[in-house]
Ligand binder design. Structure first.
Ligand SMILES: *Cc1c(COP(=O)(O)O)cnc(C)c1O
Length: 355
């Protein structure tokens, strides 16, 4: 069996969920599990999410999978429904929806639902992705309030710069001004705002990345927020090469040895979800020691420097990311964020769940 695998640790997930509670003790927690729980596997993680007050997903089939698995708490569709059919399915299975467009209101007004839906009414307070602009928000609220297909209405917006120095001040002000006449439960905060902006906690917080133990704030380690990595992505050394000075390594000979260099060939490549763009020097763990990726990552294999690790042999263990090498450190070297790497772990990688 090819040794490339991802082990997901439920105790780390529970720990991170408890961290969310410490940051936001008054709020209910809507754990965001879109993108198959950020690449970890939604049903795989479900036993670690029992302490969440609800779950946020993107597609209605994910919500249905959760209901089939016996999940009874609130489930929110983060982009709402994509057709009137889905409204009926949502109603039948008690699935809440985001309402972010006038078309959603029209659908709700003309459907005949068995049971009214809970909704999260989204405002575009500056992200300019989804939601009603501030000037149309109250009107949308009033239309929905009068709509028999709608049960509870929650107010919601999403911050564009919660993770950097610009923060949330401006968007929060926009949101507050546009909702002064409305009294309803509020949901504003993603992971970065949970950590950085207590004033944004309100009734429901929406943690995503922090649950998985990666950092929502570029340049700050997840461990400094007391988070633990849930996924350990690992493989093994399957061959060893010795380069002489001047010899090149792999496709494009992207690395040329300056002196005799011992190289481990690792059974992991971009077809497993490791970023091809990771340059020479990207951190990697070999036999429990921090080391460096060398040469270009190929489809199924990659290389690491083991000149200083004479004990490494074929079969030695390799950590692509996990406890020793954070996914954020790999992401930073590759010019991206931990979110993208976690979501990109390929279906051919064997997953294991441990407590
Ligand atoms: C993905 C998402 C979140 C979670 O964001 P993180 O940065 O992963 O915490 C919260 N709210 C909405 C609307 C989202 O789409």
């Amino acid at each position: 069996m090819r040794p490339t695998k991802a082990v997901v640790k439920l105790s780390a997930l529970r720990h991170n969920l408890a961290r969310v509670r410490q940051y936001a003790p008054q709020a209910k927690v809507l754990a965001i599990v879109k993108a198959d729980a950020y690449g970890h596997g939604l049903l795989r993680l479900l036993p670690g999410l029992t302490d969440a007050d609800g779950l946020g997903v993107l597609r209605i089939n994910e919500a249905l999978l959760l209901r089939e698995a016996g999940y009874r708490r609130p489930i929110l569709l983060l982009e709402g429904v994509f057709s009137a059919d889905e409204l009926h399915t949502a109603s039948a299975h008690d699935i809440s929806i985001v309402v972010h467009h006038q078309q959603h209101i029209a659908m709700l007004q003309s459907c005949n639902l068995a049971k009214p839906l809970s909704i999260f009414l989204k405002m575009n307070s500056g992200m300019n992705r989804l939601g009603f602009v501030p000037g149309e928000y109250e009107q949308a609220y009033l239309q929905l309030k009068a709509c028999p297909a709608v049960a509870e209405i929650n107010l919601m917006t999403h911050f564009a710069t919660a993770d950097d120095e610009r923060g949330i001040v401006q968007q929060l002000q926009v949101f507050e001004r546009a909702t002064t006449n409305i009294s309803a439960p509020i949901s504003l905060a993603n992971s970065a705002s949970i950590i950085r902006y207590p004033e944004a906690h309100r009734d429901w917080v929406r943690p995503g990345i922090m649950l998985y133990g990666a950092s929502p704030v570029a340049g700050t380690a997840a461990s400094s927020f007391g988070l633990q990595p849930v996924m350990c992505f690992s493989s093994e050394v399957i061959a060893i090469q010795t380069l002489q000075a001047g010899q090149g390594l792999g496709y494009g000979q992207q690395y040329i040895a300056e002196r005799e260099t011992r190289i481990a060939v690792v059974a992991c490549g971009y077809a497993d979800g490791y970023p091809r763009i990771a340059p020479n020097g990207t951190p990697i763990g070999i036999s429990g020691q921090l080391n460096q990726v060398l040469g270009r990552v190929s489809m199924d294999m990659m290389f690491a420097d083991i000149s200083n690790l004479p004990e490494v042999q074929v079969g030695s263990e390799v950590e692509l990311w996990g406890d020793l090498v954070s996914v954020d450190a790999v992401a930073e070297a590759a010019g991206t964020v931990g979110y993208e790497l976690l979501c990109a772990v390929a279906p051919r990688v064997k997953f294991e769940v441990i407590e």
